[in-house]
Design a protein around this ligand. Structure first.
Ligand code: BG6
Length: 309
């Protein structure tokens, strides 16, 4: 399989398919500005490093205890939650965050663009198995564009005759130097649903982190665009800009001490160096009729090259 993929899609010194952890297939991509690793299972990005004057800045947190098993999502990186986010309300026994993150995607395209960026399109379509869990015909394309910044687009198309609704998230785990010295800017004034207390509240100022957090912010605005900054007080050169398009929510999650200890694939002290900031369409989500499509995207970059919020 790896040989065939390389014959069809490899680009010398830039794109290569490799045998990764536990014999899974991953794609290594190098551009002039960044290096990335993306697994075919789950269309799951596990690393995005910015190259800067010979230095590398890893922007994404990956658990050193992640399981790389068939049908199980990798802990850390950027899982794709689809076609539902969280528990499926009418079927709470089904896997949290949907089946895309544990499904094997097909490679559709690898393009080297005229500006030096590399675009990779991975695709998932309905199968007999998916129709047992979710009885719709669909095409889900995950479009990665890699360059100075990392862009991830989830494009959902209804390829069948039946209308459907879905929810989704680009569940990015960002790497922070020290969660106690980290702030998240850009959500002041937004309403949020606290999944821990089950209360709806309004965000006052920047977010700081000193306990477990699991909050869904309502961030849809007129332009359907939201810009955020993960600010690292002790080391601002590691700040991360995150923006999102066509998302009705931003989810902010850190499991903190007790939940970290309860997860077998998460180190006990891992919560100190990660923060999930997820671009999502939660609640009723998105409604698509036959042949309609919807795209959600998240853009990530190291802000020394871009204005911050
Ligand atoms: C977040 C949810 O998006 O994902 C949390 O808001 C959840 O409630 C977290 O705990 C991790 O989920 P999972 O299924 O990957 O352990």
């Amino acid at each position: 399989m790896i040989k065939k993929l390389n014959q069809a899609f490899a680009i010398k010194d830039k794109v290569e398919f490799i045998a990764a952890e536990n014999h899974q297939v991953a794609i290594k991509i190098k551009t002039a500005w960044s290096w990335a690793v993306i697994y075919l299972q789950g269309a799951h990005l596990t690393s995005f490093e910015r190259v800067n004057d010979g230095d590398f800045q890893e922007l994404i947190w990956l658990s050193p205890l992640a399981h790389y098993q068939a049908n199980k999502a990798i802990r850390g990186g950027i899982p794709i939650c689809w076609p539902w986010f969280g528990k499926k309300l009418d079927a709470p026994d089904l896997a949290q965050h949907g089946f895309a993150r544990s499904s094997l995607f097909d490679v559709k395209q690898v393009n080297e663009m005229s500006d030096g960026k590399i675009q990779l399109i991975l695709e998932l379509k309905n199968t007999k198995e998916s129709e047992v869990i979710w009885p719709f015909q669909f095409k889900l394309e995950v479009i990665f564009t890699l360059g100075e910044e990392l862009s991830i687009e989830l494009k959902t198309t209804n390829t069948g005759d039946k209308d459907f609704s879905f929810s989704e998230a680009i569940h990015s785990y960002f790497k922070v130097d020290d969660i106690h010295q980290t702030e998240l800017k850009g959500l002041a004034g937004a309403q949020y649903f606290d999944q821990l207390s089950q209360a709806t509240q309004q965000q006052n100022g920047v977010l700081i982190f000193d306990q477990e957090i699991d909050q869904i912010y309502q961030t849809a605005n007129q332009n359907n665009f939201q810009s955020l900054l993960i600010k690292q007080q002790n080391n601002q050169k590691n700040n991360i800009n995150v923006s999102q398009k066509n998302a009705n929510s931003t989810v902010v999650w850190n499991p903190w001490i007790t939940k970290a200890q309860q997860m077998s694939d998460f180190p006990d002290d891992g919560f100190l160096e990660m923060l999930c900031v997820e671009a999502a369409n939660t609640g009723d989500g998105i409604f698509l009729k036959k042949d309609q499509s919807h795209s959600l995207s998240q853009l990530v970059c190291a802000p020394q090259f871009y204005p911050s919020v």
